[in-house]
Design a protein around this ligand. Structure first.
Ligand code: XMP
Length: 319
């Protein structure tokens, strides 16, 4: 018997009701399919006991706060937007180690959640954690590939009880649940976005300026690949984005010497994110992406490369 989303939703709703009881809960949505689906389940299970927040870390996709607020309003979920970007950038200053970044981000999210929980008197934190999150974060005999912020980043003593209705699901199953529960298509079919956001797409130290650069580059990659897929030049990739490398290389801007950053473009085919293959993008589409990135970001970026690595041995995100 295959996965049955309707049955799963009924079970998750009744389990959440019995776990949370008459208490209050908070959930943070990131705009990704996992957290939006968890929020949709929670808004059906405990609508009057739920506070839904969106934390703007400064490391979100372009126009994300607006997009998520509009979609949540359409789905009848009132959303509180919390701007915490100063807090995130100042805590990440000077940090280059990927695991350290992830742990710091996990801790900051919990600080913000605890603060929001205090104001709404919530005792539960609902999360859209799915199976690959805790598998790759290492548990029992497994090695830690990456500390997914909603797992490995959680402090040992957290003042909130966790409620994770989708812990055993894989991405393809989450999408089935999202469709069944009636999330708008732009969310149920949306490509995954990592919890730590653009932080894992900025190699080396994170600064507000680097976040702006990679945010714009990600938006260009998304727009160009979506346009190419709609024009039937290629299949829609499972995930596609840009990564900002910390090294600078020499180029030319007009008649002058330039010394700018490199953007790596990543686009993969996958079923559940556990393994992946780099997409075969038509050369003219790659060229268009490269031209646009180096034009729009000409003050900062003078080289664009394409990552052809599979997972394994690479991972999908670079950190
Ligand atoms: P990797 O990079 O490990 O990623 O091959 C597999 C999938 O998971 C996403 N990802 C995350 N998702 N929290 C999340 O919710 C995280 O910390 C995280 N790190 C990676 C990644 O974008 C890919 O879809």
């Amino acid at each position: 018997m295959g996965f049955e989303p309707k049955k799963f939703i009924e079970g998750a709703i009744s389990q959440m009701r019995s776990q949370v009881g008459k208490k209050h809960a908070i959930i943070a949505v990131s705009g990704g399919v996992d957290s939006m689906t968890a929020a949709a389940i929670a808004s059906k299970a405990i609508p009057k006991q739920l506070t839904c927040i969106f934390v703007d870390t400064g490391l979100m996709r372009k126009n994300e706060a607006h997009l998520v607020s509009t979609a949540a309003a359409k789905a009848g979920i009132p959303l509180q937007v919390i701007n915490a970007s100063d807090k995130f950038f100042s805590s990440l200053k000077g940090i280059t180690d990927p695991e350290e970044k992830r742990k710091i981000i996990g801790g900051l999210f919990i600080d913000v959640f605890e603060q929001a929980a205090k104001s709404s008197k919530a005792e539960f934190l609902i999360q859209g954690t799915i199976a690959p999150d805790w598998i790759e974060s290492g548990s029992g005999l497994r090695d830690t590939i990456k500390s997914h912020h909603n797992v490995g980043g959680l402090p040992k003593k957290m003042g909130l009880f966790l409620c994770e209705p989708m812990r055993e699901l894989y991405k393809d199953e989450v999408r089935k649940v999202a469709r069944e529960i009636g999330l708008p298509l732009e969310f149920s079919e949306r490509q995954p976005f990592p919890g730590p956001g653009l932080a894992v797409r900025i190699m080396g130290e994170i600064t507000p300026q680097k976040a702006e650069i990679v945010r714009e580059a990600c938006a260009i990659v998304e727009e160009e690949l979506e346009a190419a897929a709609h024009a039937k030049k290629m299949e829609m990739p499972w995930q596609y984005f840009a990564v900002l490398l910390p090294i600078k290389t020499v180029g030319v801007l007009g008649d002058a010497r330039a010394y700018g950053y490199t953007i790596a473009v990543r686009a993969v085919e996958s079923l559940d994110g556990m393994t992946a293959k780099a997409c075969r993008i038509p050369p003219e589409v790659l060229e268009q992406i490269s031209d646009r990135i180096t034009r729009v970001l000409k003050e900062h970026v003078n080289r664009v490369v394409y990552d052809t690595t599979s997972k394994p041995p690479g991972t999908i995100e670079w950190e």
